[in-house]
Design a binder for this molecule. Structure first.
Ligand code: NAD
Ligand code: UGA
Length: 465
C-alpha cells in the first residue's frame, strides 16, 4: 500500500485517484477548484462517469480531497499530475496549468528527505517531462523529485473499466519509476482485485502489457495513439461520403475491411466527426509540435480538415430532405460528444445547432445529462427541453447527434404518432436496421434501401458471417 497524491480532480485525476484508493492505496486528490473539493469531500462526484461512485464509496477513508498541496505532498510516495492541457487559440498546447503545478510542488518537495516520484498523466508535448526534471534540479531537488511519464488512455464513459482492465500501462522513465509503478499497478497488472459490480471482469480478459520506454517516446506515443484513432474516423467519414455518392453501404464496407486483423473493426464508425476534450486538441497539438520541429504531418492536417468539414454533412442532409429549413421544427437528440459522459468540450453538436439555427430552423434540443450546462453554448433561439416529447412533438425531422441508449430504444409507432414527419437523420448511424426500414431514414453513407439486406449467403455459410 502506498501514499499517493493526485493533482487535478478532473476526468483523469478522479478516475485515477478513486481507482487507486479502491485497490487499497491511500490517496489524496488536490484541486485548486474549491467547489469541486467541497463536493468531493461531501462524497459527491462533480462529473458524470458511470461506475465511479461505486468505487468512491468502496474506497471509504482511504480517499480524501483538499486544496492544499502541503497536506497532500508531505507523505506522498508518488504524485500524479492530471491537470488540464487545453489548446491555445492557434491550436498549440497550453501548459500553464502544468507549469503552475510544478511551481506549487517545488517548495513542498524541498521539505522531504526521501525521493518522490512525480508522474505526469496529462497529455503533454514531447520533452515536457525532461523540462520538468530540469526545473526540479534547478530548484535543488536533484535526486529528490524523479519525473516519469505515464500517459493515460482511458475513454470518458468507460473510464472505470478502462482503468481496471487496460490493454497496456505505459511508463516513460528510468528503472526507479518503472519498478515503483509496477508495484503500484500490481493489482491491475496481475488482475488481483475484487471487481466492482458496475465493471465485472470478463472471462476472456487478457492482463495488460506493461510497457516501459523512455520519457519522450511515452509522450509522443500518447499523441500518436489519439491521432491514429482520429485518422481511422476521418478516413471512414470520407469513405461514407463516397458511399453516399455511389450507393454503397459504409457499414458493409467497414465490416469487410474491419475483418482484416491488420485494420481491425474498431473506430470505423462514420458520423458527424470526432469531438471531445482530447481528439480535436491532441491532433492540433501534434500538428504544432511537429511543425515546430520543421516536420509537416500532411496526413494529420487532412484528418483535422476532414473532421471539421464532416459536421456540415448532417446539415446538408437535413436540407436535401426538407428543402429550406426556415421555420421548420427540428428535434436534436443528444449534445455530449459521445454517450456516457456529461462533457460538452468540442462537442460537434454545438456548431451543428448554430448552423441549423442560422438556417432559420426552430431547433429543440434534448440530452439526458448535459442540458443545463449546454444552455450558455447554444443560440438564444434554441429551445432546450427536459421532456423528450416536447422536442419530438410536431417535429419535421429528428437529428440524432449523440447515440444515448434512450434514443435508440424509441418506438417507431410512437415516433410516427408524435412527429409531423417521422424522418430520422442519424448522425451516428446508430439506429438498428429494423427501425431504418420502419421509418424514413437517412444515415451517413447508408443507402436509402440497403442492398445487402436482400443478400443472404447459402445456409451452410451463414454461421461464419
Ligand atoms: P479536466 O479539465 O477535467 O480536469 C483538470 C483539473 O485540474 C481541473 O479540475 C482543474 O481545476 C485542475 N487544475 C488545474 N490546474 C491545477 C493546479 N495547478 N493544481 C491543482 N489542480 C489544478 O481535465 P481531464 O479531462 O481530466 O484531462 C487532464 C489531462 O489528461 C489532459 O492533459 C488531457 O489531455 C489528458 N487526458 C484526458 C482524458 C479524458 O478522457 N478526459 C483521457 C486521457 C488523457
Ligand atoms: C479518446 C481515446 O479513445 C482514449 O484512448 C484517450 O485516452 C482519450 O481520447 C483522451 O486522450 O482523452 P474519448 O475522447 O473519451 O477517448 O472518446 P472516444 O470513444 O475515443 O471517442 C472520441 C470521439 O470519436 C467521439 O466524438 C466519438 O463519437 C467519435 N467516434 C469514435 C467516431 O466518430 N467514430 C468511431 O468509430 C469512434
Amino acid at each position: 500500500m502506498m501514499n499517493i497524491a493526485v493533482i487535478g480532480t478532473g476526468y483523469v485525476g478522479l478516475t485515477t485517484g478513486i481507482t487507486l484508493a479502491y485497490l487499497g492505496h491511500r490517496v489524496t486528490g488536490v484541486d485548486l477548484n474549491v467547489h469541486k473539493i467541497s463536493l468531493l469531500s461531501a462524497g459527491s462526484l462533480p462529473i458524470y462517469e458511470p461506475g465511479l461512485d461505486e468505487l468512491m464509496k468502496a474506497a471509504g477513508g482511504r480517499l480524501q480531497f483538499t486544496s492544499s498541496y502541503e497536506q497532500a505532498i508531505a507523505d506522498a510516495d508518488i504524485v500524479f499530475i492530471a491537470v488540464g492541457t487545453p489548446e491555445h487559440a492557434d491550436g498549440s498546447p497550453n501548459l500553464d496549468y502544468l507549469h503552475a503545478c510544478v511551481s506549487e510542488l517545488i517548495p513542498h518537495l524541498s521539505n522531504k528527505r526521501s525521493p518522490t516520484l512525480i508522474v505526469n498523466k496529462s497529455t503533454v508535448p514531447v520533452g515536457t517531462a525532461d523540462r520538468m526534471a530540469a526545473r526540479f534540479s534547478e530548484a535543488g531537488l536533484c535526486g529528490l523529485a524523479i519525473v516519469a511519464s505515464n500517459p493515460e488512455f482511458l475513454r470518458q464513459g468507460s473510464a472505470v473499466r478502462d482503468t481496471l482492465y487496460p490493454e497496456r500501462i505505459v511508463i516513460g522513465g528510468g528503472s526507479f519509476a518503472a519498478c515503483l509503478l509496477a508495484e503500484l499497478y500490481a493489482p491491475i497488472l496481475e488482475q488481483q482485485f475484487e471487481p466492482p459490480s458496475s465493471a465485472p471482469r470478463t472471462a476472456q480478459l487478457q492482463p495488460p502489457a506493461f510497457i516501459a520506454v523512455d520519457r519522450k517516446s511515452a509522450e509522443l506515443a500518447k499523441y500518436a495513439a489519439n491521432a491514429f484513432l482520429a485518422m481511422k474516423i476521418s478516413y471512414m467519414n470520407e469513405i461514407a461520403n463516397l458511399c453516399d455518392r455511389v450507393g454503397a453501404d459504409v457499414e458493409e464496407v467497414a465490416r469487410v475491411i474491419g475483418s482484416d486483423a491488420r485494420i481491425g473493426p474498431a473506430f470505423l464508425r462514420p458520423g458527424i466527426g470526432y469531438g471531445g476534450s482530447c481528439f480535436p486538441k491532441d491532433t492540433n497539438a501534434l500538428h504544432h509540435i511537429a511543425a515546430a520541429e520543421g516536420c509537416e504531418l500532411k496526413l494529420l492536417s487532412a484528418v483535422i480538415e476532414v473532421n471539421n468539414r464532416q459536421r456540415q454533412r448532417i446539415v446538408e442532409k437535413a436540407k436535401q430532405k426538407l428543402g429550406s429549413l426556415q421555420g421548420r421544427k427540428l428535434a436534436i437528440l443528444g449534445l455530449t460528444f459521445k454517450p456516457g459522459t456529461d462533457d460538452l468540450r468540442n462537442a460537434p453538436s454545438i456548431p451543428i445547432i448554430h448552423e441549423l439555427a442560422a438556417e432559420g430552423a426552430r431547433v429543440y434540443v434534448h440530452d439526458p445529462v448535459s442540458l443545463g450546462a449546454a444552455v450558455s453554448l447554444l443560440p438564444d433561439s434554441v429551445r432546450p427541453v427536459v421532456q423528450l416529447e416536447d422536442a419530438l412533438r410536431d417535429a419535421e425531422a429528428l437529428l440524432l447527434l449523440t447515440e444515448w441508449p434512450m434514443y435508440l430504444g424509441l418506438d417507431a409507432e410512437y415516433l410516427r404518432t408524435v412527429m409531423k414527419r417521422p424522418l430520422l437523420i442519424d448522425g451516428r448511424n446508430a439506429w438498428g436496421k429494423q427501425k431504418r426500414m420502419e421509418l424514413e431514414y437517412c444515415g451517413i453513407g447508408i443507402p436509402a434501401s440497403p442492398a445487402s439486406s436482400a443478400i443472404q449467403p447459402p445456409a451452410a455459410l451463414r454461421s461464419v458471417r
